[in-house]
Every structure is written in C-alpha cells, then in structure tokens.
Design a protein around this ligand. Structure first.
Ligand SMILES: *Cc1c(COP(=O)(O)O)cnc(C)c1O
Ligand code: SF4
Length: 340
C-alpha cells in the first residue's frame, strides 16, 4: 500500500492508461503523501492527520492533477484536505443531519419523496469530500447483496406510484458494472418505473469511470436516464471531464449538476457564475445549489442562509435563468427539498 502511494505520487499524465479501478486503488489515502504531493509545508500535517483519523483521506490522482500545488487556499484542495477544525463539535452539528434512518422501508432503500425512491447502490466513494453529510453514515449496514436487494425491489414493484429510481450511495458508480447492470435490469422489469437517475461524483473525480462497460448498460436500458453530477467549482471541469460528459450525452443521458455552497470554495458570485457557464459548455445544466447540511466535523464550511440568499439574488444579475441553480435546503420531515 505504502509503495502504491509513492508510485501514485510520482506519476505523470502517462497514467491515463490505467483503468478506473486501478486509479481508485492508487488514490492518496495518507496525510503525509497528500501534503508532500501538493507541496504543502508541514504546518498542515497535524490538522490533516487529526481530520484523517475521523474520516479517511481519499483523493485519486486525476483529481489531484487539477489542484494548484503549494496553494493552501485552492478551492479543490479545501474539499479534500482534512483540517483541525474537523475535530470541533459545535452545537447543532450532528451525525445524521437528514435523519434518513427513519425512512428505510427496506435494506438499501430510502423513500422520503412522492414518486421517487433512492437506492444505496454502493457504500463506497472515489473521493472523500470533507463536507460530506454521509461522513458518519453506517455504510457497512447499507450495502445489500443481490438476495437482499429483493426486498427493496419488491417494495418498488408493489407501489405503482413510484416512477423514478435514484441510484445513490456513497457513489453508485463505485459499484462494478456487472452489479449495476444487474440492478438496472431488475429495475427496468418493473413496468411503472420510467426513469433511472444516478447521483454521482465519479465522472468528475475519475473521468475514465465513463468507460465502455458503463456506457453499454446505460445506453441499453429502456428507462429514461438522468445523471446528476456533483461539481462545486469550475476548476473541477477539465478536458477529461468534458469528454466524459460528452460520452454520457451520446448514450442518451440528460446531464444535471448539483453543488454544495461551501465557505472558501464557491461562496461568491464570480465563482458561481463561472461554474454555471462552464457546466453549460460541458453540456450540463445546473440543478440544485444545496446549503450545507449541519454535519459534525464540517461546520467550517457553513455559509449562513442570509448570505446564501443574497448571493443567489446577485447571481440573477449575471446569468440567464436556465443557468441558475435552485438554492435549497433539505429539512428532515419535509415532502421535498425546501427552496430558500
Ligand atoms: C434529494 C432526494 C431525492 C431527490 O429529490 P429531487 O428533488 O427529486 O431531486 C429523493 N429521495 C431522497 C431521499 C432525497 O434525499
Ligand atoms: S462523493 Fe458525495 S457521497 Fe462521496 S464523499 Fe463526496 S460528497 Fe460524500
């Protein structure tokens, strides 16, 4: 493992030929290696180690390549570098901010909103975002086997009001294509299901994830397909990401994006305007801008609601309406995301 980290740290763009699984297995998962790779001086190491002890570091090379070395304020670095503030426990920041545990009619299935259900298709992610509201999620309890999926599939089959299945996680595309093709085949055999939606950050983190194996089951399904990417900053959209989006579009996918409003990363008008513009250039429409969920360990990313609302109001002066993301908060117990 240690050896892998060192090899990954020294790799040049020649590693494009690695499969996405190899790229993921060579991701940096060590505070020392991360600081060294990005030329950060040793003052960042204690914080990185303390945060890493609470929620592991994980950053693949393809994402690291978009981070400016030696810049502690880089907006992509801030999303992946643990800091000592993660050890703080301010009031109101909790382990399960969305209280999802209450809406699980079957293993791996969350049914909170009318007409759509969310399936935890993979407990894993290709990157560990420091602000993740699932950073304390009991993942090991939520990765059903094929036999265990039957209960969730029966639940969907028995409720004709459900028209959309949303693959979520973790990151659903961290699952193998064989597993995903199987699950989607089960879903499309349910007559009242119309849409397959996939919420994923993998095409952004490791664009090579959008490979022929993925595209073959995706292009083949009778279900209408929506992929909701998760991009917070225009710097995350490099040419390999643009190319991955083009491959998804070619397979008949509607591409949307959701962002999280994060202090220091994207909480200003020019950054949000540039993000929307760059998304559209890549064929992606902005969907949601989430205010941050109050998860313990990530309070330092919080932008107050009033500031978020003021930002979005100013953003209206800079963008056409169709490039405006909807500012929303997820409030436990509500029948939808709540517009702010
Ligand atoms: C966010 C979410 C959805 C999807 O909501 P949309 O408003 O349709 O994007 C569905 N189920 C759960 C549990 C969710 O958290
Ligand atoms: S990709 Fe999404 S689920 Fe995974 S760590 Fe990042 S925010 Fe969390």
């Amino acid at each position: 493992m240690q050896e892998n980290i060192i090899i990954a740290a020294k790799q040049t763009p020649a590693q494009v030929s690695l499969s996405w699984q190899q790229q993921l297995s060579q991701a940096i998962r060590d505070p020392n290696a991360l600081c060294k790779r990005l030329g950060l001086n040793s003052q960042w190491l204690p914080g990185a180690s303390a945060g890493h002890a609470l929620f592991d570091i994980c950053v693949p090379e393809a994402y690291l390549a978009r981070i400016e070395p030696n810049n502690p304020a880089d907006p992509l670095l801030l999303q992946v570098l643990p800091v000592s503030d993660e050890t703080l426990t301010p009031k109101g920041y909790v382990l399960d901010p969305l209280e999802e545990a209450e809406h699980r009619p079957a293993k791996g299935l969350i049914h909170k909103y009318a007409g759509r259900v969310l399936l935890i298709a993979s407990p894993n992610c290709a990157i560990n975002c420091r602000y993740c509201f699932r950073r304390h999620f009991p993942y090991s309890d939520n990765a059903p086997s094929r036999a265990q999926w039957q209960e969730a599939l029966d639940y969907i089959r028995n409720d004709a009001s459900i028209h959309e299945a949303i693959l979520s996680g973790g990151d659903p595309l961290a699952a193998s294509d064989r597993q995903l093709a199987w699950l989607v085949a089960q879903l499309e055999s349910i007559p009242h299901l119309k849409r397959l939606r996939i919420h994923t950050r993998l095409p952004v983190v490791i664009p090579d994830r959008v490979d022929d194996a993925l595209l073959s089951w995706l292009a083949a399904t009778r279900l209408q397909k929506v992929v909701v990417l998760h991009i917070n900053h225009a710097n995350e959209i490099d040419q390999p990401v643009v190319d991955a989006c083009a491959r998804l579009k070619h397979a008949g996918v509607t591409l949307l994006n959701q962002s999280v409003l994060l202090k220091g990363v994207n909480d200003n008008v020019p950054t949000l305007a540039t993000l929307s513009e760059r998304l559209f250039e890549a064929g992606v429409l902005p969907y949601y801008l989430h205010v941050f969920d109050p998860v313990q360990g990530a309070a330092h990313f919080d932008v107050p609601d009033e500031d978020a609302q003021a930002l979005v109001k100013q953003l209206l002066d800079h963008l056409p309406g169709f490039l405006m993301p909807r500012l929303v908060r997820e409030i436990p117990g509500k029948a939808s995301k709540t517009p702010l």
